[in-house]
Ligand binder design. Sequence first.
Ligand SMILES: [Zn+2]
Ligand SMILES: [Zn+2]
Length: 259
Amino acid sequence: MTLRKTPRLFYALVLAIGFAFSACDKDDDTTTPDTGTSVGTDVPDVYKKIYGASQIYVEGNYIVVKSTGLPDHKTPYYKGTQWESALYVNDTRSGFKMNSNTILSFSYVFKLPKNPTVASTHKALGAATIGVAINGVPLFNQYQMENQLLTPGAGEYVSFDLYGGHPTPFSEYHYHIEPSYLTASKGSSSLIGFLLDGFPLYGPVENGKTLTSSDLDAYHGHTSATADYPNGIYHYHTTADAPYINGNGYYGTAGTWSK
Ligand SMILES: [Zn+2]
Ligand SMILES: [Zn+2]
């Protein structure tokens, strides 16, 4: 009798402790944009620039970045959402055609290699999501539906808002091109995100020159010293011309993302 009762009590205890822990872990900042970032003590300084993350920590060989994906800037796509009063703006630019989608909050988890290295085989971009901007918004590749290259003035490009983003039919706000809110607020040569292979993404200007894709390699980057990496690192740049953020695949080995 006692032999049968003991395990039951044990499991009840384990369950109770488990509940207590999950209650403590509960993330309470998933519904408001930019509520401050919890950063692990061993996280290198450069990742602290991802100010829109809810959490950043080291897990083995990866830097884990969690975010809601909600833009911290105004956009017409906040219309009809709980954030409308603070963050909706009427986008009156000529040529802008709002799509019918809206914005929701997600629990994004991006896992970036902590020590990114060049891959022996450069993998093509898989899903549309290719990285994370410093405000926690996902970065997407250069294609709209059915692998059609996004082109200014045509297709889905016309639905990019005043800061270069728009939501998917699943309400995921994202950037395919330069996040102009970030380059305006941080500077056009500043770090504006990381791709999934862990290599940093910079704005379009370097040493006073506005770069185009022809200044970059097939993956849309090159190696040189940057403000954040004085010893030099491979890095990507946004450019006004296609493919905008990334070229024909990752320079390094991509980590993972989920939501
Ligand atoms: Zn898109
Ligand atoms: Zn550069």
